[in-house]
Ligand binder design. Structure first.
Ligand code: DC
Length: 233
């Protein structure tokens, strides 16, 4: 769907709702960039763990953030983007269950959210991007052209995460995945700063009974209607 107008699109929602797959597909269809902001929090968590900085050590996190270089580099052959931390490829290292939990704890620290805000807004310049995260439509890009909030019931989300982790070779039980997910959901939704919630003007999509292709089709329909709205007025 090529178009002159380059929208900035946000997709927020809880872990396992299908955000990453859907964002990647939507961005590919539109010829937009896909920015996975969870990867930024995960990279910060990995860096903190490697340096022995605790999730509660705001001063240490602040110091670390001021000299940390996190970047995305396109890997077109793989159909995705790789993540680097100070030039080192950490794409796989940030996906372990341990880093998932630590990134959730670290993302509750205002100092970390503030540290990543400017970087995210910089990445959004010029539009033509699909940003996925927890607070894209509420805090980082309140003026986004189009916002989605993607959910699914807890069991469906745990099963998706389980399949992903199994696919990556992790030996983990479904019950463990569900327990981690519930813990993360609670932490992400109950934190004081930028908690997970839908923006008032977000389009809500429940992916429980849908294939991810069907979700993307619904989003593309919304993109078309937004573009038509912009053209007519
Ligand atoms: O989307 P994800 O599971 O890769 O995100 C990892 C953690 O980072 C998640 O538990 C919440 C946090 N996060 C956040 O607080 N804000 C974002 N915009 C993206 C992720």
């Amino acid at each position: 769907m090529p178009s002159e107008t380059k929208l900035l699109i946000t997709i927020d929602g809880p872990a396992g709702a299908g955000k990453t797959t859907v964002s990647r597909l939507l961005a590919a269809r539109l010829g937009y960039r896909h920015i996975d902001t969870g990867a930024l929090y995960r990279a910060v968590a990995l860096a903190a763990r490697e340096r022995g900085i605790a999730a509660e050590d705001d001063a240490g996190l602040d110091r670390m953030l001021s000299c940390l270089a996190i970047a995305f580099s396109p890997a077109p052959a793989e159909g995705r983007v790789r993540v680097t931390l100070d030039g080192r490829d950490v794409t796989e290292a940030i996906r372990t269950p341990e880093i998932s939990l630590l990134s959730s704890a670290i993302s509750a620290r205002p100092v970390v959210r503030a540290g990543l805000l400017a970087l995210q807004r910089e990445l959004g310049r010029g539009g033509g991007a699909v940003f996925e995260g927890r607070d894209m439509g509420t805090v980082v890009f309140p003026e986004a052209d189009l916002k989605f909030f993607l959910t699914a019931d807890e069991d469906a989300r745990a099963r998706r995460r389980f399949a992903e982790l199994r696919g990556a070779g992790a030996g983990i039980a479904l019950e463990e995945v569900l327990a981690d997910l519930q813990r993360r959901d609670r932490q992400d939704a109950e934190r004081a700063v930028a908690p997970l919630r839908a923006a008032e003007d977000a389009i809500r999509i429940d992916s429980t009974g849908l294939t991810l292709e069907e979700v993307v089709a619904a989003m593309l329909a919304a993109v078309r209607s937004r573009l038509a709205g912009l053209r007519s007025g």
